[in-house]
Design a binder for this molecule. Structure first.
Ligand code: FES
Ligand SMILES: [Fe+2]
Length: 382
């Protein structure tokens, strides 16, 4: 009988009787080692095996080895322009906030009061001080406790919010739960050469939203790593402007994969402007950038078969190229292609969970999925 499991990320859903539930950590790691050793043959490259998408135990290992250690995108500098601007996010169950302080520094903190753990901020906005909604302990924008009602000053001296590592790359704000993490930028140097000219840092977020999907986090990441499915799934929404036949897979690197597509309608003045660049910065940021606009997603696992993502649309407003109708078109396009992807991806998850067998080989255009699989294996196996 299907069981409902309590998981570290919240209440679990009923799991499939055929899922890889019940496999021990060592069995899963041995399976992953086997996949890595056999992921290429004369038939081509193969995607990760289905068991790695249908196991809470495997997700626990991914959370420990990937999501607790890697840089994850939580926003964009245009959302945090003035002192007091803040945004909130949840990194595998850890509520965080990013605030611009009075000295114009961006700071990341756990969004958790040091008194008795209440959540300090919700959503996004601007604030002069960080005031806890529970007993009104009040923090400066730099995280220092400024006052605590009915407490003796000596009792609360030197209390600060829990500081987190923050790095901005190309205007994207990343946070890392690991205080000893290596910086992000060096592993993205060659990607920066490709996408730097698009001036992502100078764009403005014009739309963002959160949503959840009933599939493993890797299913949605892989969906964005490849554009092989565009001609079929997005026949009327994306294919006319970015045809599948134009996909070119770039070499990628240890921290990311990367492919390009030709933009049919781009008013291009040169070959570079003619292209859309699609990349996954591991583990779970996927973006598509072209002249004057970018769309990206930051994906977080909730359970082995459910994820949450935040999607952003940003545009180059300085160039005067973002009319209201263009922004509306962007938003409608995201809603349309996400709805198409969601149907496919929830179906993929069911297929993976029922254990009917393996997948592949991959098309050349899906080499990026194989690269992503290698990344996951390297994080879990070393
Ligand atoms: S939990 Fe924040 S003031 Fe009590
Ligand atoms: Fe898609």
């Amino acid at each position: 009988m299907a069981s409902t499991k309590k998981t570290f990320l919240g209440e679990g859903r009923a799991s499939s009787p055929l899922a890889a539930e019940g496999k021990s950590k060592s069995e899963l790691l041995a399976g992953l080692e086997h996949w890595r050793a056999n992921s290429e043959s004369d038939k081509g490259k193969f995607p990760l095996s289905s068991g790695f998408y249908s196991s809470e135990e495997f997700l626990t290992m991914e959370v420990e080895n990937i999501f607790h250690k890697e840089w994850q995108c939580v926003g964009h500098v245009s959302e945090l322009k003035k002192p007091g601007d803040y945004l909130t996010f949840e990194l595998v169950g850890h509520p965080i906030m990013v605030v611009r302080d009075r000295s114009d520094e961006l700071r990341a903190f756990s969004n958790v009061c040091r008194h008795r753990s209440a959540r300090l901020l919700d959503g996004s906005g601007n604030t002069k001080l960080l005031v806890c909604p529970y007993h009104a302990w009040t923090y400066e924008l730099n995280g220092k406790l400024r006052g605590a009602p009915f407490m003796k000053p000596a009792q609360v001296k030197d209390i600060c919010l829990n500081d987190l590592r923050l790095e901005v790359w190309q205007g994207l704000v990343f946070v890392n739960l690991d205080q000893n993490a290596e910086p992000l930028a060096p592993r993205l140097e060659s990607l920066q050469e490709e996408v730097g000219p698009f001036n992502l840092a100078g764009m403005d977020v014009v739309h963002s939203y959160d949503d959840e999907v009933d599939c493993n986090w890797k299913v949605l990441v892989e969906n964005f790593c490849e554009s092989y499915h565009v001609f079929r799934v997005h026949k009327t929404t994306l294919e006319p402007d970015t045809p599948t036949a134009s996909v070119e897979v770039m070499p990628g690197g240890p921290g990311y994969n990367h492919h390009t597509m030709r933009c049919v309608t781009a008013a291009a003045t040169n070959e570079k402007e003619n292209k859309e660049h699609l990349s996954c910065i591991y583990p779970s940021l996927t973006f598509a950038i072209r002249t004057a606009s970018v769309i990206w997603l930051s994906i977080q696992p909730l359970q082995y078969n459910r994820l949450r993502f935040r999607a952003w649309v940003a545009r180059d407003l300085n160039a005067g190229r973002a009319t209201e109708s263009e922004v509306k078109t962007d938003m409608e396009l995201v809603a349309a292609f996400m709805a198409e992807d969601k149907i496919i991806n929830t179906g993929v998850q069911k297929g993976l969970e029922c254990g009917v067998g393996n997948r592949g080989p991959l098309n050349e255009m899906e080499k990026t999925n194989w690269q992503f699989g290698q990344y996951v294996a390297s994080k879990l196996l070393g």
